[in-house]
Write a protein that binds this ligand. Sequence first.
Ligand code: HEC
Ligand code: HEC
Length: 349
Amino acid sequence: MKKAWIIGVLVLAGTLFTIGGCKKDTIDPGTWQPVSFAVPAGWPQPAYAFVNNPLTSEGFILGRKLFYDVRLSRDNTISCGTCHQQFASFAHLDHDVSHGIYGLFGTRNSPGLANMAWHTSFFWDGGVNHLESQPINPIQNHVEMDMTMPEVITRVGADADYKGRFKKVFGDETVNSQRIFRAMAQFMGAMVSADSKYDKVIRNEPGFLFSPAEQRGLTLFRQKCATCHKEPLFSDFSFRNNGLVPKASVNDSGRAHITREVSDLYKFKVPSLRNILLSRPYMHDGRFTTLDAVLEHYRTGVVATATTDPLLSSGITLTTEEKNDIIIFLGTLTDSTFIKNKLFAEPAK
Ligand code: HEC
Ligand code: HEC
């Protein structure tokens, strides 16, 4: 098992990380060199740059253990990984809204967690602005994990394996909220997805070219979608109303829930479209189960209200063929290296 993650680290080292001064057969887990986080070619600088939280292999692995630990929920049934599944790009496949502890349901769809280091805010309404302060919300949410931080600290601090890991990462065995959140931020911040067909074509990698339909789709995407779903992250991380009719039962006010501004009513964070084929259903409330339904919304379903984005006030004109080309293009955003990377997977018990 130890060998497995060393190989995993080396596989990743080849793509995104460099491990200083270690040869494959001489890595001693006790003397890990710090791993470094590399910004993929052509990408902007990340918002989260590990400045006060230097990324190390041990810190990352501690964060991963916490992420997949059901003991962070009151009845030991739900981990972060329950609602954020690797094969769905860390969204919750086939769940329209979150499904947490005691079988309870939330009101919003679980977003994918790729490339979190570039997000300038978190949650559909941007209610949290720092990757390190994000996990407290699901932990304390009564329909997600229903714990308190003191209880989490007691449970984690009672575990000898954890204590050894905290010592390795932070210098002593003290378990506290800040350390828990920093370790989780190392794990989530390092989850970079930049190896889809789209990326390979853009990087001019030999053997990778768009098909004619994909190329047509990209051209249309750049004309009609990319202002909001901006390359290369496929989001500009702004808050916009894309013309969905609010569900009466919830009446989720979106960004206005945080800012209390009428002008922010029903605006939601523009989601990234990376790995979009894997993370259905779609939108903040998971109302659409297919990309065809999403595109049909933009084509015929936009209902313009006072805060609907001007770009969408009369919908997006698309023929059926154009719609299909865009969907085919979106398929090039699937990054199977990311989905299959053992480093991000739940470690064997
Ligand atoms: C019961 C399901 C559930 C659990 C458990 C859960 N999440 Fe989430 N997660 C969600 C939902 C739903 C959202 C969106 C919430 C919102 O917008 O209000 C979300 C949002 C996020 C985001 C923000 C993503 C973005 O694009 O803004 C991050 C990061 C995240 N979760 C990490 C975690 C971590 C870390 C844990 C464990 C401590 C965790 N989640 C546990 C369902 C869950
Ligand atoms: C004016 C900005 C804007 C434009 C233009 C736009 N979108 Fe969106 N898109 C959004 C916002 C905002 C959301 C989230 C809305 C919500 O959940 O309430 C979204 C959601 C989506 C989703 C669901 C993602 C998920 O993870 O749930 C897909 C897919 C999508 N858009 C594709 C497209 C495509 C394809 C186009 C072009 C045909 C497009 N969008 C044009 C702003 C935009």
